[in-house]
Design a protein around this ligand. Sequence first.
Ligand code: ARG
Length: 569
Amino acid sequence: MIREEIEKDLTAVLKKLRISSSGLILEHPSESNHGDYATNIALQAGTSNSKLKTHNAFDLATKIVNTWRSLGLPAYLAKIEIVQPGFINLWLNNDYLITQLEEVIKKGDGFGWSNIGKGKTVVIDYSSPNIAKPFGIGHFRSTIIGTSLANIYRFLCWKVVGINHLGDWGTQFGKIIYQIKNNSLDKLLTVKDLEKLYIDFHKKAEKKPELKEKAREWFKKLEEGDSEAKKIWQMCTEISLKEFNRVYDRLGVKFEQTIGESFYQDKTKEVIETAQKKKLAVKSEGALVIKLPELKGPPALLVKSDGATTYFTRDLAAIVYRQKKWKPVLSIYEVGSEQSFHFQQLFAVAAKLGYGQRENFIHISHGLIHLPGGGKLSTRSGQTVYLEEVLDEAIKRAKKLGCKDEKTAEMIGIGAVKYFDLKNHPATNITFDWNKMFVLEGNSGPYLQYAYARTQSVLRKSNHSKFNFQNSIVKNDHLKLKPEEVSLLRALYKFPEVVMEAGENFSPNLICNFIFDLAQKYNLFYNRLPILKADTEEIVNFRLALTTAVGQVLENGLSLLGISAPEKM
Ligand code: ARG
């Protein structure tokens, strides 16, 4: 990658001047007229090195650049500029940029791929909805962001184990089993029915608190393997999974493993014993807890006073299981921000019990999705927003945009919902807004898909099934590139860097920003310059090459986001 090459070359220059390169950072200036890369190394070195303090940063930058010149400037550079108070700005030349255009076309759907993750395993825990509750919009965020992170890590050559940690265990099942046993139900077919039973239970229990005891008893029976309790639990799981799988199919989401909390039932003993042996677990009012004074909050609950294990204990057991089975160097949990404290506790305890280092674990905590009025989209507020209904509505809206057929409408509708989520940093709270989701002249899924379809339509019309790209490269010096062309060239080569950055920062939104910018640049190019009717065959070829490359990068970017790229719209 060119970034590494520049770093290497600059490091050699700095070495010659005996300046430490540890603070060397290359950035893309936010304004393109400041170059392709910029570094503030002269400013940094001036302040960190006492010998150099006498220099002002501008002079030092000049010295660096002069030394570089004397060593011979690399062929990829077109221009270097020193600007106050001491920045060094670098421009790549068109020849170099055109070699990258060639790279995109040569590598195709592998452009942006890198092997930095080779030999490393990452476990990504995402989606993880709860049995007997509808698949809501909150789990949608985890599903979509988690899927994209999994795609990005796979593209960076990591071994990715995506896990759906289903919420299929816990005291809530006692309530549902109680309800099923004590209501004459003629049919119980959907998750909505199950949810209703759960809500009804809470209403009833307000008047009759003793029901809670009954529910606890049922859960206890379930934990002890009572066959009747187990049968009802099994039925709930099947009903829910049927619906969840339907959602996953529609979203095109997959997991390497679907392992619910119930799986860890018999594996919690081991972690409890370890915690006791290490003298971390202490009795507190009949329960077993781990005190974590450094976290300033309640202790972590391992075993409740009635002997039931907890969400926390099962998560600990899951860590042990995952470590044994996959030996991940990184475990990512894509879960809502309301569980931040749970994960702080979990990671702290895991480290104390010797299940990994704190830095092996990361909670990617997504924000809430609000309704426009500010209301929360959740199950308990009674304002449930069912994901499937959102998807149906999205497809309807895609049809209104004039999609050709059902399949395209699905691609556009579902892509719009996904992109609306992904374009934000995961931690951002989002306000649900149908209009923004489908805006054709703004940062939306349909806008990007439209740009992609446009590139494909140009290529279809070209009939140059094999345009002679090689020739146009060789002769590029007399192509006299137009600014719209150069701006595309100056964007395309960055894609591999963006993918890496998105992975390092767990931020699919960086890919969104990049492809949105690229799509805008392409639309400008398309509106201002003739492609097929350009003056010479050579220019036609070159513009087709640009079109091919832009289409390819848009497609690669969308695919990392888990969004389909339609050939036609
Ligand atoms: N089922 C949980 C919930 O909906 C999310 C589980 C997340 N994953 C985990 N390993 N705790 O709240």
